[in-house]
Design a protein around this ligand. Structure first.
Ligand code: COA
Length: 260
């Protein structure tokens, strides 16, 4: 893993914890974070030892407090549009073949919320706060928030978050389905790693194809989605892990999956 300025990566067994490391700026997403996030995920994608990635923010206050607002000054519509059509951190997460969990530890705002939304599962601490506050800057979200948030929590709730820019607390985020679990600050890391490790034991190819199938659900109609699911299900039958999973069940033992 290269030495990054704004990101650290720690490997714990088959789980990699990617931490955005700008605590003095509440981990705001500047261009460097996008570039290094993309590069880090490219490396983790090719690392066969890594089966699950957890993304979090450094410090005790914030996951990510949004896009780095200081970089908005002086940006033209065309440069901003080009940047977000390029390989962004959001897109790299969305296209990442292995499971990614957002471990939200505090403010999760704007681009931070959009980054969490691009992950597969979101878990947060009790002190977390979520918002899409772009409206307060006279702009709207551009990292997928209007689409992924609507898919996840429904139009009425997404509308309220986008139109008011107000923060919601962790309990409300749980009620909305924005996060799967809320834990006390002291338990967040252990509980998240517990889930990550559980997923890391599953068959990697089946995990990848399951992700693809679930993501396809909000990007297609039901007939196309059902057909795609059967195709992906059938691909699982070409893997060694399928033989291992079935054999282990029949032999009443725990399977050992190799990602083949
Ligand atoms: N972009 C750039 N810098 C940011 C930032 C962002 N999105 N969010 C926080 N920071 C910086 C602050 O400017 C401050 O830097 P400084 O110490 O050099 O002045 C530092 O992070 C700490 O933030 P501060 O505002 O002092 O903390 P706070 O506890 O008083 O307030 C927030 C926390 C999250 C409520 C507040 O920082 C905030 O509203 N941030 C912007 C959120 C936002 O609109 N995000 C969406 C952007 S599209």
């Amino acid at each position: 893993m290269p030495n990054f300025e704004t990101i650290t990566v720690e490997k714990i067994g088959a789980v990699a914890v990617l931490t955005i490391n700008r605590p003095d700026k509440l981990n705001a997403l500047n261009q460097k974070v996008h570039e290094e996030g993309v590069a880090a995920l490219d490396t983790l994608r090719r690392d066969d030892e890594v089966r699950v990635v957890v993304i979090t923010g450094s410090g005790e206050k914030a996951f990510i407090a949004g896009a780095d607002i200081s970089e908005f000054a002086g940006k033209t519509p065309v440069t901003q549009r080009d940047l977000f059509h390029e390989k962004t951190f959001f897109n790299s997460i969305d296209n990442f073949p292995k499971p990614i969990i957002a471990m939200v530890n505090g403010f999760c705002l704007g681009g931070g919320n959009e980054l969490a939304l691009a992950c597969d599962i979101r878990i947060c601490s009790e002190n977390s706060k979520f918002a899409q506050p772009e409206i307060n800057l006279g702009i709207m979200c551009g990292g997928g928030g209007s689409q992924r948030l609507t898919n996840l929590i429904g139009e009425g709730r997404a509308m309220e978050m986008l139109l008011t820019g107000d923060m919601i607390d962790a309990e409300t985020a749980l009620k909305f389905g924005l996060v799967n679990y809320v834990y006390p600050v002291a338990e967040l890391r252990a509980k998240t790693l517990e889930l990550a490790e559980k997923i890391a034991e599953k068959a990697p190819i089946a995990l990848q194809l399951s992700k693809e199938a679930v993501k396809f659900a909000s990007r297609s109609n039901l007939d196309e989605g059902l057909r795609r699911e059967v195709d992906l299900f059938a691909i699982c039958f070409s893997t060694e892990d399928k033989q291992e999973g079935v054999a282990a069940f029949l032999e009443k033992r725990k399977p050992i999956f190799k990602g083949k």
